[in-house]
Design a protein around this ligand. Sequence first.
Ligand code: GSH
Length: 284
Amino acid sequence: MSASKDSGKTYRTECTGTALETVKRHSSDEAITFFGACFCPFVQRAWIALEYLGVPYKYCEFKHCWNSGPDRYFADEVDPYKKPQGLLEVSPKGLVPGLKLHDYNPPRALNESTVILEYLEDVAASTTKRTLLPPVTNPYARALIRLQADHVNRALVPAFYRYLQAQDADAQIKAQGGGSGEGEARTMKAGLGLWVEGGDLGYVDAMAGPWIFRATSVLKHYRGFTMPEGEKFTAWTQRSFDHPSFKATCSTEDLYLDSYERYAHNRPNTSQVANAINSGRGLP
Ligand SMILES: N[C@@H](CCC(=O)N[C@@H](CS)C(=O)NCC(=O)O)C(=O)O
């Protein structure tokens, strides 16, 4: 089932709404240049962490590097689908998010959203002293959080794309059920699920939130998907989506709907992620 005909829209190249305000606030050179793309959930993960942890950064995406300075090199284009040389130096697969670290001479680079999250945690531990994780004095609590993050990567993230890219109803239904295996369902029942009540924004919220957020608009629009209405789940979505560090990274709904039309119609060569889903390979 597909809610609409393919109108040929493609990914947007400039943030809107609160995300655009955040981009403008982060337009000056800093020790970290953050390479992003407005619609990308992997980018949003790292972006939420940057905002929450208070680590200074300069935001760079597509045609906007916002000023010159050491990143003038990138100012023309940072489009991950066009693989400009500058981005490939930061991220060998040409994927965003990426970081360029100017405190090193010559500057160094980092990619992979989960690795970037860990790196930012380490940076914050000795600078801003903020953290998305339980304290190091509670290694078991930290391990449980990492277990959840692992589940998000192995189950939730691929299920989102499988569901969105599947073109017939049977495959869509199958993809919906594909999020959790038996073992994971048991873990959830044991109270180790994502939807922990109360508290501040946490590591798993940054890991999972970008896809859940897109599910509320993109999956609703293209697949007629409605979010579960359980009390715990609703409390979690409100707590996460209303958090200032989450909100600061969100564009307006139209941007996501336009950008995901290519996934919803499973256009050929939409992205490395889409190709991996179509061929049954692991995500890049
Ligand atoms: N495993 C990577 C995935 C990042 C990713 O796939 N980013 C997409 C944008 S959402 C991208 O750069 N795509 C470019 C392409 O497919 O060539 C991570 O976690 O950072």
